[in-house]
Ligand binder design. Sequence first.
Ligand SMILES: Cc1cc2nc3c(=O)[nH]c(=O)nc-3n(C[C@H](O)[C@H](O)[C@H](O)COP(=O)(O)OP(=O)(O)OC[C@H]3O[C@@H](n4cnc5c(N)ncnc54)[C@H](O)[C@@H]3O)c2cc1C
Length: 465
Amino acid sequence: MARPLETDYLVIGAGAMGMAFTDALVDHADVHVTLVDRRHAAGGHWLDAYPFVQLHQASLFYGVASTVLGTGMVQSTGPERGLQHRARVSEICAYFDHVLHDRFLRSGRVALLGGSEYRADGASHLVTSLVSGETVPVSVRRRVVDATHLSPTIPATTPAPFHVADDVRVAPINDLARLTWTPRHYVVVGSGKTATDGIIWLLAQGVPQDRITWVRPRDPWMLDRATVQPDPVVALDLAAKIMAAAASAGSADDLFLRLETSAVMLRIDRSVVPTMAKAPTLGAWELERLRTIEHVVRLGHVKHVTARELVLDRGVVALPPSSLVVHCAASGLRYPPMVPIWSPDKLRLQTIRAGFPCFNAALTGYVEATRDDDRERNRLCPPCEYPDSPASWARMHARGAIATRTFGAEPDIAAWANGCALNPSRIEPSRRDAPAIRAAAARLSEHLERGLARLAELGDEPLPA
Ligand SMILES: Cc1cc2nc3c(=O)[nH]c(=O)nc-3n(C[C@H](O)[C@H](O)[C@H](O)COP(=O)(O)OP(=O)(O)OC[C@H]3O[C@@H](n4cnc5c(N)ncnc54)[C@H](O)[C@@H]3O)c2cc1C
């Protein structure tokens, strides 16, 4: 075995969360970090993403705290005129490459072991190159950081979750952009952001809607993209609308229906009450296009596919000849049990405030660098969860709001967070007294306490005494 490498922090995973954590840590502590990733470069799942994917949120909210992704420009043309720029996958990969090489590696304080698999062997940390096969032990002076805890599953690297007969063509969404034959019919399987991206892309390529079938096991709620923008008035207004809707909601479904009325939530079919609430953002123009699809199959999950039929939980659907089944059915977000972020064995990156993985990973890096007691770190940064259903969305917001209050009560964290572009709640000090901001803040405080208490009830999440 090779001679041990030495480092202060061994960060497993050079995706967005591992990168954001490392960036904030080295900005506030004089330490050495070694990133390890089985992918050859930084960027995580984006390195295997379908070529037409974009962030669903503004670029400003994504990446690392020290370096803004994109230009911070509002789009001046196209269907999202007036909304913030959203980076495409090529831009995201180039951005992480730049941060890795020009900021991390050049500093000499961060190293990347790319194309390498991490494994623990008792108390030893071993990294094996997938290229040479050589294994190197790593001696870690301070911490091991697990930046894979919330790593999303994507179709390119996750097999379709149904049985596929030999005579049918099933391909991950990535293959749509490199077809070597022209299917007569497309069957898009999945209810989430990946499926919506696939359908919108097919329509944009000129595929008529009647050549597309959409297998939607669950109907999704999605956030209107216009309500999630890096603008404090928009952010306060969104928070006020969520709290106002929650304050009067009779159930989690009622909360979402109220949020639809206040132009926060969108659903594709207004005759169906969605049960899925991962709640990515969607543009109004995308909603309009998705609504043109007439062949929607709602018979549960696909169990088996042949060239002639789809077998689902609650029925069988015939497939037109020469169909391509498009796999958009990886779960995307992951739902491991929430555990304390700081544990004796390792630090497990999770969200803290609702959503926004990059901000949360950066916050964890800042708190790691500036506090020296794990109990206090865990008090300031309790783990949150990603949502899957209306009730878990309510719980995420209740937990996230309480956590934001807790870490926000520390003056230094509040000042850091307020200077961090990744933070969707930041308000530049010079704008605090702007009339629009004061009005939105007043609307929020009118509903905050009742809304928060009700969100906690709807999510079955006890509030701290
Ligand atoms: C299509 C899509 C669009 C999205 N858009 C947005 C958006 O607009 N805004 C937003 O905030 N979020 C968005 N997300 C969610 C967000 O990208 C992710 O939740 C998160 O940022 C992913 O980063 P990660 O570091 O957790 O995981 P990953 O990117 O998966 O990185 C984890 C890395 O760990 C490595 N790894 C795992 N195990 C090992 C091991 N044993 N040894 C070595 N390496 C290992 C993997 O190779 C991987 O590269 C999107 C997600 C998807 C799928």
